[in-house]
Design a protein around this ligand. Structure first.
Ligand code: IPM
Ligand code: MN
Length: 358
């Protein structure tokens, strides 16, 4: 039986609109195939929203997100803000506000390998072949949101504040154990408890919660060590859970295992509507050129079917189509080495065709 699905589409800045267009076409064909009735509406976020209405996450966008079953998000960011540290309003604030206002406290970033990309990784094939873990990044706490944040009056001293409450740590750790229970039953809690007070709270709560999950192995690891182990022994991880800033950094690093930053999707879940977005940024140098890799966004659409709608078959079909496109060497320039590079839309169209004929 088909369902009716309402999606908010937030393309954002840079390559956002191009990659979202391909992902949306994939969503449409999948809904068609499985008899779901799709409705969707666009809204603005990021630098384009600042240009249009003066704020990066307008109220109208938030209301649309709240009324939708899921949000498909492209990317935000514009170089005119990156090089202007004194800009008062920044596109990134839109993303942070969206995460906060939707209560998206968990960002799930699955890290897997694709057979056709393994030889393209800078890491040795035997190290990464079979790597399959899930990073769970806390998304609405820590240094990103801690206050005070700012500059001393003389302008020469700046400060950020890292804050975590018991409630924030508990809910994300329980989520990590839930997913580990459905996977290979191991949780690695990454912190810097030898230095940071917030990390010591994480570790203390981790030790308490671990006893509630006796059939799941718990491992504690310092973040510097984790940064090394992700590259050196990625197969030792199952579910890695960590605070906001550590998770931001470690997941970019982990994308090297997959083969390209253009491949890693993410799901942000929590209290209100879930958001699905690639982990990469807005890649402004490529904007409008039809060269960006749409696969992370298409794979984010797969996560949307699975996590937001509980539609596993739909998600699996998208994943198969993505793998098929790579096996056929229909890939963008970031992962095409000696083979011809295809455009963003060619890759998207190939995947839509593949699903159509399946
Ligand atoms: C990410 C991005 C964002 C973050 C930026 C754009 C604010 O890097 O989603 O990982 O740091 O969270
Ligand atoms: Mn990041």
């Amino acid at each position: 039986m088909g369902k009716s699905l309402k999606i908010a589409v937030l393309p954002g800045d840079g390559i956002g609109p191009e990659i979202i267009e391909q992902a949306l076409n994939v969503v449409k064909i999948v809904c068609n195939k499985f008899g779901h009735e799709l409705s969707y509406e666009y809204a603005i976020v990021g630098a384009c929203a600042i240009d249009a209405v003066g704020e990066p996450y307008p109220k109208a966008t938030h209301e649309l997100c709240m009324q939708s079953d899921a949000v498909l998000f492209g990317a935000i960011g514009d170089p005119k803000y990156d090089n202007n540290p004194s800009a008062k309003v920044r596109p990134e604030q839109g993303l942070l506000k969206m995460r906060k206002d939707l209560g998206l406290y968990a960002n799930i970033r699955p890290v897997t390998t694709f057979p056709s990309l393994i030889h393209k990784s800078p890491l040795r094939a035997e190290l990464i072949d079979g790597a399959d873990f899930m990073c769970i990044r806390e998304l609405t706490g820590g240094m990103y949101f801690g206050r005070p944040q700012g500059r001393a009056e003389d302008g020469n001293t700046a400060y950020d504040t890292c804050v975590y409450t018991r409630e924030e740590v508990e809910r994300i750790l329980h989520l990590a154990y839930k997913y580990a229970g459905q996977r290979n039953k191991k949780v690695t809690i990454v912190d810097k408890a030898n230095v940071l007070a917030t990390s010591r709270l994480w570790r203390q709560i981790g030790q308490e919660i671990a006893t509630q999950y006796p059939d799941i192995e718990t491992e504690f690891m310092f973040v510097d060590n984790a940064a090394m182990r992700i590259i050196q022994w990625p197969k030792s991880f199952d579910v890695l859970v960590t605070e906001n800033l550590f998770g931001d950094i470690l997941t970019d690093e982990a994308s090297v295992i997959t083969g390209s930053l253009g491949m890693l999707p993410s799901a942000s879940v929590g209290i209100h509507t879930s958001v699905f977005e690639p982990i990469h940024g807005s890649y402004p140098q490529a904007a409008g050129k039809n060269i960006a890799n749409p696969l992370a966004t298409i794979l984010s659409a797969a996560l949307m079917f699975e996590y937001a709608f509980g539609m596993m078959e739909e998600g699996a079909l998208i994943r198969q189509a993505v793998t098929a496109s790579m096996d056929a060497n229909v890939v963008t320039e970031d992962i095409a080495d000696n083979t011809k590079a295809f455009s963003t839309s060619e890759v998207g169209e190939w995947i839509v065709k593949w699903i159509e004929n399946k």
